[in-house]
Design a protein around this ligand. Structure first.
Ligand SMILES: Cc1cc2nc3c(=O)[nH]c(=O)nc-3n(C[C@H](O)[C@H](O)[C@H](O)COP(=O)(O)OP(=O)(O)OC[C@H]3O[C@@H](n4cnc5c(N)ncnc54)[C@H](O)[C@@H]3O)c2cc1C
Length: 304
């Protein structure tokens, strides 16, 4: 029986583990990937984590994990498939085993939604990106395309237009779902060209992205493609114990408190404005602090 089980060893889960270990709690971290450190490992080059000017995502993930390991936190390589709550929280694992703890931090993250076209996987990190804030600066004065029609795509196009020479905004529908105020700014930007009712059918190049093919038979010559069609939060295992927002993220504020007593959500999996390493780590620390207060209060009430 643990004090706190953490599901997910991405930046949020590891941030939470660090705070809880240091506070003297018995913690178990469950992670489904072998020595995984979350999406951060997929970042070719991380340049926006304060204090570390540039590092590969894999190396940063390793640093996070080793920092937590130095406090002796145990990791369990397993997939959490469901939760149960009786007197304590129980995490049901894919191999049929169950882990018990007083509190739970759910930090299972999210995965970027794929466009599903030829060349997407092949050119990931070589011109294809799912994060304008992460990789935009690599395309200074270059030509890029953003694909999508929601707030993320509009924000990305606007952000990139400050860095890049030219930005194509490609959307498969006629109308954008994102905020009209942002769209108005985009229309005024001279270096953004909007292409509606158009789909990208293939990403091509030699060693890196050089162009995309469109379903109208045309091609766009670009240096980078930013796919901004949303992400899929990993909420399945928490089903029934959390409320989800309209996009499927767990409704929880910065303190991580959910609708279920003793269950806290942290990182990309929760409703938030900015999904980045720095905000995930901060979420982990906040959720750990909430869990600490909740556990101390519970122990006091039980006279322990
Ligand atoms: C390609 C790419 C590049 C990026 N570049 C940057 C960048 O340059 N700068 C930046 O700040 N951010 C970047 N990001 C975003 C950043 O990586 C995320 O915001 C951050 O990793 C979120 O952390 P998290 O811990 O909330 O979730 P995640 O990193 O998604 O970690 C969640 C972990 O939970 C595990 N998990 C999920 N479900 C289960 C389950 N059922 N049982 C057990 N384990 C489970 C997953 O395997 C994963 O390891 C990038 C993201 C991507 C995809």
């Amino acid at each position: 029986m643990y004090d706190v089980t953490i599901i997910g060893s991405g930046p949020a889960g590891l941030g939470a583990a660090l705070y809880l270990q240091r506070a003297g709690f018995r913690v178990l971290i469950i992670e489904k990937e072998y020595e995984g450190a979350g999406q951060v490992e997929k970042g070719v080059r991380i340049e926006n984590y304060l204090g570390i000017p540039a590092i590969s995502g894999y190396e940063l993930g390793e640093k996070f994990r080793n920092h937590v390991l130095s406090y002796g936190a145990p990791f369990l390589e397993a997939e959490a498939v469901a939760l149960r709550h009786k007197q304590h929280w129980e995490v049901l694992l894919a191999d049929g085993k169950t882990i018990e703890s007083e509190a739970l931090i759910y930090a299972a993250g999210a995965v970027p939604r794929r466009l599903g076209v030829k060349g997407e996987a092949e050119y990931l990190g070589r011109g294809v990106s799912y994060c304008a804030f992460c990789d935009g600066s690599l395309y200074r004065q270059k030509t890029v395309a953003v694909v999508g029609g929601g707030d993320a795509a509009l924000d990305d196009a606007l952000y990139l237009s400050n860095i890049c020479g030219k930005v194509f905004l490609v959307h498969r529908r006629k109308q954008f779902r994102g905020a009209y105020t942002t769209l108005k700014k985009i229309i005024k930007r001279e270096n953004i060209e909007i292409l509606t009712e158009i789909q990208i059918t293939e990403i091509c190049g030699r060693k890196k992205v050089e162009q995309v093919e469109l379903n109208n038979g045309n091609r766009l010559k670009i240096d980078g493609l930013f796919i901004a069609i949303g992400s899929i939060p990993e909420t399945e295992a928490a089903r029934g114990f959390v409320q989800l927002d309209e996009s499927g993220y767990i409704r929880a504020a910065e303190n991580g408190v959910t609708q279920s007593e003793g269950l806290f959500a942290a990182g990309d999996v929760r409703t938030k404005k900015l999904r980045q390493v720095i905000t995930a780590v901060a979420d982990g620390a906040n959720a750990a602090t909430s869990a600490t207060e909740w556990l101390r209060h519970k122990l006091e009430q039980e006279g322990k």
